[in-house]
Design a protein around this ligand. Structure first.
Ligand SMILES: *[C@@H]1O[C@H](CO)[C@@H](O)[C@H](O)[C@H]1NC(C)=O
Ligand SMILES: *[C@@H]1O[C@H](CO)[C@@H](O)[C@H](O)[C@H]1NC(C)=O
Ligand SMILES: *[C@@H]1O[C@H](CO)[C@@H](O)[C@H](O)[C@H]1NC(C)=O
Ligand SMILES: *[C@@H]1O[C@H](CO)[C@@H](O)[C@H](O)[C@H]1NC(C)=O
Ligand SMILES: *[C@@H]1O[C@H](CO)[C@@H](O)[C@H](O)[C@H]1NC(C)=O
Ligand SMILES: *[C@@H]1O[C@H](CO)[C@@H](O)[C@H](O)[C@H]1NC(C)=O
Ligand SMILES: *[C@@H]1O[C@H](CO)[C@@H](O)[C@H](O)[C@H]1NC(C)=O
Length: 480
């Protein structure tokens, strides 16, 4: 479980841009890799210590005594101290090394031998200081049909020397143990540590393979989390890309995202992770929601009969804006049926997010129990969206930039252009945008596994992408 988390960081560290249809890329910077490294080392130590080593037994010839059967048991590494470690990226993969670490090892010793007619035996404990432990590990991660997998893993551990302190025993014991067991203890430590690390990497692999390929957003949509291409190893950074496109949930509407210039968005940043979300992700989202409604009703429409605060719309409220309407249908209940007539187009520039929405507004009234369509306005609305991160969700809110509105038809005579503008403005500001903003406020989850939290977020806009720069923490670790 814990290991999974460790691995996760590493994975996170790996998310980003090799553009085979990847629209979200995750770049783990040098600071991100450093944190991942410290996190991994601490987790590997805390999940493996105390580490039990196999027992060792030998028959040893001791001068003046003869053949002695000696054994070491309960050999256990109790603690490890790492002073120096580093993580590097290279063409062979991600390389993590620890150098000059020390460890405390405890064990029990025992011996027996025959002297004349007696069998003599004794036992006790010992303490071993293991010095100069160097560990080198290399992991290569590859895209395997949309999942990341550990393609190769290597681990090598070497120990420089050990100091053995024996409690009790006969005078010859210390030299006997050193002569017979020193090399074996060293090689046992080396082998066990290497083996243990390889086991951890195997778990990393299973963890990576188990990452979900899509994430449900709501009943209508899911996001495609398929990895698109191998992680790209930079100079002390790792980048992975995932599709990131929205897909309809539970049906087979095809959404295709065009690919924009995969320009290099990444500058030197001091956050651990930069998540780049291309505008295609947003366009795929509007397309999914649009297509979905299209299948049901041919247009994305929204019928509003009351304001957000629950008051019923009535022609009398609109007396000043649409006097003709009030004159024909005084104090009637009014409904606005808004239809988005083509998928909204989202554009991201250095200045922020803009979207253009084609919106038709049908004005209906309820007169003597019957719903009558009275007029229809066609508009092109430009909105500005500001993005924010709330919890682990990317949220936004729309602000009206400008709009065009024309009367398509009317049963109550031609409206003056000023009235059309005023009515549209009021519909947009008081009804349409608040409604859309309520949905956007909930937001959409960032592609960050649930065990992790984001901290110190900074949002920046680049040409055709949003950059979310953040530090990553876990529920157990403090910030870094
Ligand atoms: C998810 O994205 C990948 C990579 O672009 C693509 O191959 C795959 O077909 C997509 N999955 C679905 C269900 O659309
Ligand atoms: C190892 O043991 C020594 C002596 O008992 C102690 O001073 C040192 O702190 C121990 N090291 C670790 C990493 O626990
Ligand atoms: C990568 O790092 C090395 C050593 O720090 C440096 O010499 C080299 O120019 C860097 N390469 C790039 C592409 O930044
Ligand atoms: C409800 O909202 C409308 C406009 O959105 C406003 O004119 C009206 O005063 C509000 N009513 C209440 C009870 O707040
Ligand atoms: C809203 O308008 C659309 C398209 O004009 C129409 O199909 C739909 O029936 C209307 N809905 C209501 C409740 O009037
Ligand atoms: C409104 O129409 C004018 C002229 O057709 C056009 O230049 C302008 O960009 C339009 N504005 C919007 C918000 O579409
Ligand atoms: C994050 O977004 C998802 C999907 O829209 C939503 O279900 C969830 O409630 C949101 N979480 C928060 C804390 O708003």
């Amino acid at each position: 479980m814990v290991l999974t988390k460790v691995l996760l960081i590493l994975v996170l560290c790996i998310l980003t841009q090799s553009n085979n249809g990847g629209h979200i890329s995750i770049l783990v910077s040098k600071t991100g890799l450093e944190s991942a490294k410290d996190f991994l080392i601490n987790r590997v130590i805390s999940t493996t210590i105390p580490l039990q080593l196999p027992e060792i037994e030998k028959k040893v010839r001791i001068p003046l005594i003869g053949k002695v059967r000696m054994g070491l048991s309960n050999i256990q590494i109790d603690s490890v101290d790492v002073h120096s470690s580093k993580i590097e990226t290279g063409k062979d993969g991600i390389f993590l090394s620890v150098s000059g670490a020390t460890a405390n090892l405890s064990m029990d010793w025992s011996y027996t031998y025959r002297a004349s007619f007696f069998e003599i035996s004794d036992h006790g404990d010992a303490f071993v200081k293991v010095k100069g432990i160097d560990v080198k590990t290399t992991v290569t991660l590859l895209d395997d049909y949309g999942s990341l997998k550990v393609a190769s893993r290597e681990s090598d551990c070497t120990v420089e020397n050990i100091d053995i302190h024996i409690n009790g025993g006969a005078s010859w014991l210390y030299q006997g143990v050193v002569d017979a067991f020193e090399k074996t203890i060293i090689s046992t430590v080396e082998n066990t540590v290497s083996k243990k690390i390889l086991e951890k990497m195997k778990k990393l692999d299973s963890f990576l393979q188990s990452l979900p390929k899509e994430r449900k957003i709501d009943d209508s949509a899911a996001v495609n989390l398929t990895f698109t291409g191998n992680p790209v190893l930079g100079n002390s950074s790792v980048k992975v890309a995932i599709s990131g496109l929205f897909m309809p949930k539970g049906d087979d509407v095809k959404v295709s995202g065009s690919h924009s210039s995969p320009s290099s968005f990444f500058r030197e940043v001091n956050r651990m992770v930069t998540i780049s979300i291309e505008e295609e992700v947003f366009n795929s989202a509007t397309l999914v929601y649009f297509n979905l409604v299209l299948m049901q009703a041919k247009v994305m429409h929204l019928v509003i009969g009351e304001t957000k605060n629950g008051s019923i719309l009535s022609t009398s409220d609109w007396k000043l804006i649409l006097p003709e309407l009030y004159k024909h249908y005084p104090d009637d209940k009014m409904m606005l049926n808004m239809s988005v007539t083509s998928p909204p187009a989202v554009k991201i520039t250095e200045n922020g997010i803009d979207a253009t929405i084609q919106l038709d507004i049908a004005i209906d009234v309820q007169d003597s129990g019957k719903v009558l369509s009275v007029a229809r306005i066609s508009s092109v609305v430009n909105v500005v969206c500001s993005a924010e991160i709330v919890d682990e969700n990317l949220t936004g809110s729309l602000r009206l930039n400008d709009f065009n509105a024309t009367m398509k038809w009317s049963k109550i005579g031609v409206f003056q252009s000023d009235y059309v503008q005023a009515a549209t403005s009021r519909v947009l500001e008081a009804l349409f945008l608040p409604y859309v903003n309520t949905r956007l406020k909930r937001g959409f989850p960032l592609p960050i596994p649930s065990d992790f939290t984001v901290k110190n977020i900074e949002i920046a806009y680049a040409n055709s992408a949003i950059l979310v720069r953040t530090n990553i923490g876990t529920s157990t670790s403090t910030n870094h």
